[in-house]
Structures are given as structure tokens and as C-alpha cells.
Design a protein around this ligand. Structure first.
Ligand code: RB5
Length: 142
């Protein structure tokens, strides 16, 4: 199950990703925002991050204008490893090396086609389980 959220700056791209989920029968829950009205991104980033940290949701996706604000917020939640991605190489690498559990993107940065490729890559790539990567991820939590 995927937790997804955005602020107003990421609302349109979130809608496109939700359409992709619906077409492909990928289960998700939308944590808001639900309108284009200006809002505060920490509220929605924290809601998704808490949902993933609780263990109830396998991964999260959060969109804002740049992907940066929401990643800063999400990374303050214990157990969250959120990665801002604007390309598929980074999306694959952050799954394989960092076991990232939240993908963030900027609606003002990536177009819809690339964003869907990034989402697919992020969701379909497994953690490498490499010994050195496990050791480094443990060090993040220390
Ligand atoms: C909203 O204008 C914008 O600041 C927000 O979407 C995000 O890009 C913040 O990092």
C-alpha cells in the first residue's frame, strides 16, 4: 500500500500519479491536500511520513513544487529515508543503496511522463541488501 500526498504546488502531478495507480490497480491512500488552495507542505509531508513510519504503508510519495521542502520534513521522522528524485537513475540508486522508503518530486521540476517513469522505477526496484549498504543505513539511525 502506497501513501501519497502533496501541497498545492504538487497537486496536479499527484493527480496524474493517482490516475496511474488507479489504471494499474496499485493500492494507495491519498493524505491530501485535496484542493489547489494554498497550504503548508509540512502538514501533508508529515502525514505521509508518519503513515510510512508506522509500518502500515510500504512506501510513500510526496509532491511539492520542488520536492525539497517535503523531503526535509519527511526526513525528520524516525525511520524515514526520503529521496528527492528528478531522474530514473537516482530513483533506482536510492532504492538499491539507501533503501529509501519515500520518493519526493517537484511538479515544477519534472514533467508528467518522466514523473511516472520515476515512480515506476522507485516502486519496482528492490533494496540491494548489500552488506555495506545495510551497515551505512544503520549508521543513519544512530
Ligand atoms: C509552494 O509555493 C512551494 O514552496 C512548495 O511547493 C515547495 O516547493 C517547497 O519546498
Amino acid at each position: 500500500m502506497i501513501a501519497i500526498g502533496s501541497d498545492h504546488g504538487g497537486f496536479s502531478l499527484k493527480k496524474i500519479i493517482i490516475e496511474y495507480f488507479e489504471e494499474n490497480h496499485i493500492p494507495f491512500k491519498d493524505f491530501g491536500t485535496y484542493t489547489t488552495e494554498s497550504c503548508d507542505y509540512p502538514v501533508y509531508a508529515r502525514a505521509v511520513a508518519n503513515a510510512v513510519a508506522s509500518g502500515e504503508y510500504e512506501k510513500g510519495i510526496i509532491i511539492c513544487g520542488t520536492g525539497i521542502g517535503v523531503s526535509i520534513v519527511a526526513n525528520k521522522v524516525k525511520g524515514i529515508r526520503a529521496a528527492v528524485c528528478s531522474d530514473t537513475f537516482t530513483a533506482r540508486a536510492t532504492r538499491e543503496h539507501n533503501d529509501a522508503n519515500i520518493l519526493t518530486m517537484g511538479e515544477r521540476v519534472v514533467g508528467p511522463g518522466l514523473a511516472i517513469d520515476i515512480v515506476k522505477t522507485f516502486l519496482e526496484t528492490d533494496f540491494s541488501n548489500g552488506e555495506r549498504h545495510i551497515r551505512r543505513i544503520k549508521q543513519i539511525e544512530e
